[in-house]
Write a protein that binds this ligand. Structure first.
Ligand code: 9Z3
Length: 316
């Protein structure tokens, strides 16, 4: 596709999208977050990473009852956010509502009901068995937010996600090579344009449903070349067929000019990933000798080092 057609598609996507609620407030919050120089001694200069996490939905009705979803628990994004903060980055965590959150990975699924118990009729307390996990989660989360190191922005639909990503990119543009995008969210490839979408719940009495989905314009290339041309960009490639994974990741690397593409297979994604770069592929595995270890730990270490080299090269 030529660049003029891509731009037309992108303009028409944004023009027809339902306007983002509170967009002025979000822009202010983002600008403040990006500009605020947090005093933490462990900070790595002005580095800020936008971590995207969870799957986007595609509504089928404007007053949405039904939607198409993209699989992602948000575990990768939440874990990676913790490691980026530990490495001295400020993180903009763009996440799907209801998915896994940073510092909450060791809590049970229903933390309120499982971690607390009634002490008597008027008071409650943390159950002894969950005390360490709850304290750790609250402490780490508070330190990150109060220290200006973590800003969380939720999305549900593909319309919200891409509008937010564009605003984030515009507020991170001034950081130049210190900005990083780590795009782990599972983003819809197809959508129903808002203007051609049924307003009310689609009726089953009308028989089988014929629906034409448009292709979501590939924003990765405009993010990379226009929105934040100096940022260090990492995208993800998810496949279920290992035979095509690396080839597809390589194609994404070249087509969207990413600095690396993290290739993962659905079934083994928690054990290993392959970082595909221009200079070759690097396999990254979870340290199986350590209980509770995860693949995000060595993955973020590798990417932080590559980002450091990128910054060094850009400044010389
Ligand atoms: C990923 O590949 C993520 O690693 C996972 C993480 C979604 C598999 P979980 O959230 O899983 O920990 O459960 N994300 C990107 C998926 C994606 O939609 N990539 C697009 C593609 O493959 C490119 S943007 O075409």
């Amino acid at each position: 596709m030529d660049s003029a057609t891509l731009h037309e598609e992108i303009d028409s996507f944004f023009e027809s999208a339902p306007p983002l609620k509170d967009s002025a407030k979000i822009t202010d919050k983002l600008n403040q977050f990006v500009q605020f120089d947090s005093p933490s001694s462990e900070r790595k200069g002005r580095r800020v990473v936008c971590v995207t996490s969870g799957g986007t939905t595609v509504p089928l009705e404007q007053r949405c009852v039904r939607y198409i979803d993209n699989f992602s628990s948000g575990n990768r994004g939440a874990a990676s956010t913790e490691y980026f903060i530990k490495a001295g980055y400020k993180v903009i965590f763009l996440y799907r509502r209801g998915t896994c959150q940073p510092y909450c990975r060791s809590l049970p699924e229903d933390p309120l009901l499982e971690c607390f118990e009634l002490a008597d009729d008027s008071d409650f307390r943390v159950r002894q068995s969950h005390s360490e996990a709850v304290k750790g989660a609250i402490r780490n989360h508070h330190t990150a937010v109060a220290g200006g190191l973590l800003l969380k922005l939720p999305f549900t639909t593909i319309f919200e996600y891409l509008q937010l990503l564009r605003i984030i990119a515009s507020s991170m543009r001034s950081l130049e090579c210190h900005a990083m995008f780590y795009l782990a969210a599972a983003v819809s490839d197809f959508y129903v344009p808002w203007k051609s979408m049924a307003e009310h719940k689609i009726q089953s009495a009308s028989g089988p449903l014929d629906m034409r989905l448009m292709q979501v314009p590939k924003m990765l290339s405009v993010l990379r070349t226009e929105w934040t041309p100096m940022a260090f960009c990492i995208s993800f490639k998810l496949e279920t067929d290992s035979k095509i994974l690396l080839e597809k990741a390589n194609m994404a690397l070249r087509k969207y000019k990413m600095h690396s593409v993290v290739a993962n297979e659905l079934l083994t994604r928690k054990e290993e990933v392959t970082v595909v770069t221009e200079s070759g592929n690097i396999s990254v595995c979870r340290d199986k000798t350590r209980a509770g270890s995860d693949v995000e730990d060595p993955l973020i270490e590798l990417l932080v080092n590559r980002h450091s080299n990128y910054i060094k090269d850009a400044s010389t």
